[in-house]
Design a protein around this ligand. Structure first.
Ligand code: RB5
Length: 147
């Protein structure tokens, strides 16, 4: 029996229904650590970006998905934490390059910007692409200068 990787996932109300759809579609592939929100009721995206970052910092998951309406607010919040390299992706190429070149560990999605199929395509690309390393290693190491 192979163990499924744990993926932390968090969204505000704008990302709630896409979060639900991703958890349902990828249940066979991943164990989700669902950090909320748990309804369409209005809430603050920053709380969920920080919660995702804390889960990674605590070692509860190595990778994550964050979703808000645009993907912008929640990725700004998450990226204020040293442990997070969140990439806001609107297509497959961005998702793939964020892994190849940036060793992104969190996929950020804007539920009001992209459709569900594009979101799924981004999830597929992000979690099946390995970091290239090499010349990108030193660049990634410089990302935390200043925080
Ligand atoms: C919520 O209305 C919306 O502002 C939020 O989901 C996100 O788009 C913020 O960046």
């Amino acid at each position: 029996m192979t163990t499924k990787p744990t993926i932390a996932i968090a969204a505000d109300h704008g990302g709630f229904s896409l979060k639900k759809a991703i958890i349902a579609a990828y249940a066979d592939q991943f164990d989700f650590l669902d950090l909320g929100t748990r309804s369409e009721e209005s809430c603050n995206y920053a709380d969920y970006g920080h919660a995702l970052a804390e889960a990674l910092a605590q070692g509860r998951a190595r990778q994550g998905i964050i979703i808000c309406g645009s993907g912008i607010g929640i990725s700004i919040a998450a990226n204020r934490h040293k442990v997070v390299r969140a990439a806001l992706c609107t297509d497959v190429t961005m998702a793939r390059l964020s892994r190849f070149h940036n060793d992104a560990n969190v996929l950020a999605l804007g539920a009001r910007i992209i459709g569900q199929q594009v979101a799924f395509d981004c999830v597929d690309a992000f979690f099946s692409t390995a970091f290239e390393g090499g010349r990108h290693q030193a660049r990634v190491e410089k990302l935390n200068v200043g925080i």
